[in-house]
Structures are given as C-alpha cells and as structure tokens.
Design a binder for this molecule. Structure first.
Ligand SMILES: [Zn+2]
Length: 417
C-alpha cells in the first residue's frame, strides 16, 4: 500500500490530488514530503470572497506541516496560485488544508490542540517535535473556533468566582455554568471588578440571559453589585463553599496572630502545626490531629473558640426550611458577636448583612449543584498552575477556555487522536 492511499483515506480534497511522496534527510532529522497539485481544470478559489476566479500567477512552493507519521514530520508541498478576482483584486487562493499564512495544516493544529487538553503545552511540543508557540497557536485556533460555533442556549444556573493567577493580588473573574448535566466555564475576565462581570452579561444573547434563574457567588461586593444590576430576576445564592471558605480564612487569621502573640510572650508554641486541625472538620481529622486538638482545647484560646463556633455553624446547612435556618443564623450570629474575636465578628457581620442571599441557598437547593463551583475552581487553579510555560493573560485565558469550556469541535473525516 502506498502512502498516497492512506492519505486519500484520512484526508482527501475535492479539487486537489496527492503527487510524489519523498523522503528527505536534513540536519539530523528525516521527514516525509508529499506534493499536492490542483486538479486540471480546477479553478482557484479567491480567499477574499470564496468564489472561483481566473488565475493570476503562482507563488513559490511552500511547506505545510501535517500530522507526523511514526515519529517523522510530514509536509505537504504546494505552490499557491493567485487569483485575479473581479471583486477583491489579486488575492491568494484558498486551500482546504490550511488557512491564511499558517504553515501548519488545519488537521495538525487540531491534533496538537487535542493533545494539549491532556498534557501541558511544553510536553506536547517536545513529544511531537514542535515549538511551544505552535502548540499555543493551535490551542488558540481551537478556542476561537469553539467560541465562535458555540450556542449557549438556555442556562439555568451560573456561579461566579475569582482565582489569583499571579503574585501580588492579580485576579481573574470566572463564570461557570453549574447545572446537573452541564458544568463548564463560560467566561474569563481580568480583575474582579464590577466591570469584569458586567462584560459577561453583555456578551450573552437575550434569550440565554433571561433563562438564568440562579446565580451563585461569594460576598465580594463588586460581584454583588453587578449581579443585582444585571440579573435582578434571578435568585442570588451565597453558597456554602464560599461562606465556609471565608470562615476558614478568619480562623486562620485568628490562629496566626494568636500564635505570634504566644510566641512573643514566651509560651510554648502550642499553635504551631495546628493549622489543619483547626481548619478541618472534626470527623476528617487523623488520629494524631485529634490528639493535638484535644491538647489545644485545654487552652481557652481564641483560635479554639473560633474553631468551635465554626463547628457549631456547620449545623446551619442541615436545615431544610429557610425560616428555621434564618433563626439559627440570627442566634449563631449573636453568640459569635459576643465572642470578641475580631475576624470572626467581621464574618458574622457580613453574614448578617447578606442574610437574604444566604438563605437563598435553601431556596435553590436541588437546582444549583452543590460543590460545582468549588470543583470547577480547583480545576481552573490546576490549569493556571500547571507548567504551561506561559505567564501572559492571553495564554492563561486560552488555556482555561480550552480545558474547561467544553467547546465544540468540527467534525473530522478521520480522528487523528
Ligand atoms: Zn474575491
């Protein structure tokens, strides 16, 4: 069987035929070169308007890189024709295997992009003997194609969150769809301002926007403002994950300042290495940590009292009726406010301020999939942390859409991977 037979099976073009196949050896690497020819009488297609036009001249032969075979790079060789188009003037012809000035064939770009979902961009580049830049451009192409062809349709619930992507308080705003059956990233924007979120709502079609019934977020004021302004009809939920995260941050703050104070006053460093026992829930503690916790409980420390207040607060989520949950919230809040632990009091004050939004959690139960935002956010953090070899906003944005966007792909005659 000839290589041409295989090529015709995996990638055939209506107006072009494969010609000679050559084996070339150059600077330590061998490659396969395949000539392509336009069919006789086939007219070149103008890349401006997509219509056939009279030929003008031919450009020098170019190499287009195709999917590698058995570890060897494969190139298509073709001299592009120029068209004398009555509408567009003299343009370069459009060919079915590549677009624009790109020296990678479209199949090869999709091949690289698909691998880049499973491996880091550096790994893909080194495995297929290409550059990081080529992998990046291929992923970018896949994302642009996907976003362009994506039809969001109806969306019932969204979750808004932020992640830090660079040192020095540089944040990204992320919007996810979080329903059972469809969890994906819908939007990435710089910073975490009202504007970052408002832009998302602007990109939505009217029908999609009106279909949103639930929106989940943390207590970050700019998000609350943008949601109130843009989605006044939807039920806004402050979800459990975010609230407990805030509470854990407060406990950690209490512990750190208390540990520093004890240390200064010459007491034994009882709070050292206790971070996890304070943050973890009691049933998740390891045996060693349980011992540590009972040791800690002997001291009447603010860290310990904060921990107990948090344990107590966990019961809040077990309510089914918003009314009873609300009563619990008020009583629990009063207890904490009497505790004189500043970071905890701060949390409780903001819980009280957002009482209605928090109680919406009970109203949305069963619709908003619990833990969805947390799960997606962990994946997003992993994507930004993974060694992709990038530090620019553009690359991070592309990587996030690529891994979490569930973007559509074109139909291929042959699946290369
Ligand atoms: Zn034209």
């Amino acid at each position: 069987m000839q290589l041409k037979t295989i090529l015709n099976r995996v990638e055939s073009f209506k107006s072009f035929v494969y010609g000679k196949v050559r084996w070339v050896q150059g600077d330590g690497q061998s490659a396969i070169e395949v000539e392509l020819h336009a069919r006789k009488n086939g007219r070149a297609i103008c890349s401006g308007c997509g219509r056939p036009g009279p030929g003008y001249d031919r450009l020098p032969q170019r190499r287009f890189e195709f999917v590698p075979l058995w570890g060897m790079p494969v190139f298509f060789l073709y001299a592009l024709r120029r068209v004398d188009c009555p509408r567009c003037g003299v343009t370069v012809e459009r060919v079915p295997w590549a677009t624009g000035k790109c020296h990678l064939t479209t199949s090869y770009r999709w091949f690289l992009a698909r691998w880049a979902k499973r491996l880091s961009w550096n790994e893909v580049a080194s495995i297929f003997g290409t550059t990081w830049r080529n992998v990046f451009e291929s992923v970018k192409h896949a994302v642009f194609w996907g976003v362009f062809h994506q039809n969001l349709g109806r969306i019932e619930a969204i979750g808004v969150d932020e992640i830090q992507w660079r040192r020095g308080h540089q944040y990204l705003t992320l919007v996810y769809q979080i329903e059972d059956g469809m969890k994906r990233l819908l939007w990435v924007a710089r910073d975490r301002t009202e504007q970052s979120l408002r832009e998302f709502f602007r990109t939505l079609a009217g029908e999609t926007r009106e279909s949103i019934r639930f929106v989940c977020s943390d207590m970050w004021q700019p998000y609350l403002n943008a949601i109130a302004e843009q989605l006044s009809e939807a039920v806004h939920v402050l979800d459990r994950f975010h609230i407990m995260k805030k509470m854990n941050e407060a406990i950690d703050e209490v512990r750190r300042s208390e540990a520093a104070r004890l240390n200064r006053d010459g007491y034994e460093p009882v709070l050292k290495h206790s971070r996890w026992c304070l943050l973890k829930r009691r049933e998740n503690l390891t045996e060693k940590q349980t011992v540590k916790l009972s040791e800690l409980l002997q001291y009447n420390l603010a860290s310990v009292r904060s921990h107990l207040l948090r344990e107590d607060f966990q019961r809040f989520w077990e309510y089914t009726s918003p009314v009873w949950a609300g009563k619990f919230l008020d009583q629990g809040c009063t207890r904490t406010l009497r505790s004189r632990i500043q970071p905890m009091k701060k949390i409780v004050r903001s819980l009280r301020e957002h009482r209605d939004l928090i109680l919406n959690w009970f109203r949305a139960r069963g619709t908003v999939s619990a833990g969805a935002v947390e799960g997606l956010n962990n994946k997003a953090k992993l994507t930004t942390r993974k060694a992709y070899g990038f530090r620019t906003y553009e690359a991070i944005e592309i990587a996030l859409y690529h891994t979490l966007g569930k973007l559509p792909e074109p139909e291929f005659t042959h699946e290369f991977c």
